[in-house]
Ligand binder design. Structure first.
Ligand code: ADE
Length: 252
């Protein structure tokens, strides 16, 4: 997959993009990541990438010309279905499903907004998708771009060690993963559950699913409204509810 990132701060990407999984993906030839400095597409002698807003108000607005030129430059040899994604708190909120969908693209372009915003004609002319990483405002689209690239490349076959590992992640099927343990078997009096040490695969699969459901019930019950659950799993949830009711009664 080739990803082009258009930013005023390419140096921000140095650390995350040269470490860990992202580096492995690049090293294995699975990710061709290209950073472009929007300032290189300015035409005036001061390399002006921002200007004051029409109508007044505080802050500076990213100018349309350099951003549109940069997008057109990277799209020259791109397939027509290439997504050009603007990072903005006004976009649809990024999630696991969107990460999976983006991983199917041969090419992606990320446009990192900065300052108070970006001239709206950029949106009208070249943007095909707008993504937010949550309902809060950051100082720019660089960190959201890194977050999204990290989440997307995990779905490219060959990036993670065990093929398909991303399919067992939390959120992959709408519920969270259960707890994980490694050695030692007992730490500060807390033991690793016996089922993890017994080697009974069927029992382990059932246990993992139950633990995932329990964790989702405890930490993100909102996810259960949309999860695809069997009758037995719904029954299990009812037992969690009974347990909670029982412990509330014991406390009062
Ligand atoms: N730029 C500023 N805040 C953002 C957010 N929450 N998501 C994506 N891009 C942003």
């Amino acid at each position: 997959m080739r990803i082009d990132v258009l930013t005023l701060f390419p140096a921000m990407f140095q650390g995350p993009m040269t470490e860990s999984m992202l580096w492995k993906a690049r090293d294995r030839g699975l990710l061709d990541l290209r950073l472009h400095d929007i300032r290189d597409f300015t035409t005036d002698k001061h390399n002006t990438a921002d200007d004051i807003p029409y109508g007044g108000g505080g802050g500076m607005i990213m100018k349309a010309e350099p951003v549109v030129s940069a997008v057109e430059h990277v799209l020259q040899d791109a397939p027509p279905d290439t997504s050009v994604i603007l990072l903005t708190p006004q976009g649809r909120v990024f999630n696991h499903q969107i990460a999976k969908e983006l991983a199917n693209h041969e090419r992606l372009v990320f446009v990192c907004g900065r300052y108070e915003g970006i001239d709206d004609r950029v949106r009208q002319l070249v943007i095909t998708d707008e993504l937010s990483i949550g309902d809060y405002v950051l100082t720019g689209g660089e960190l959201p771009t890194m977050v999204i690239i990290d989440a997307v490349i995990r779905h490219i076959p060959g990036v993670l060690g065990a093929e398909g590992a991303a399919d067992s992640d939390s959120h992959a099927d709408g519920i969270l993963e259960g707890p994980h343990y490694t050695r030692p078997p007992v730490f500060r009096g807390l033991s690793v559950p016996a089922v993890l040490q017994e080697g009974n695969h069927a029992k382990l699969t059932t246990w993992r699913r139950e633990q995932g459901l329990r964790r989702t019930w405890q930490q993100r019950p909102d996810l259960l409204l949309k999860a695809d659950l069997t009758e037995a799993e719904r029954y299990l949830l009812a037992t969690f509810a009974d347990e909670d009711a029982q412990s509330n009664r014991n406390e009062s």
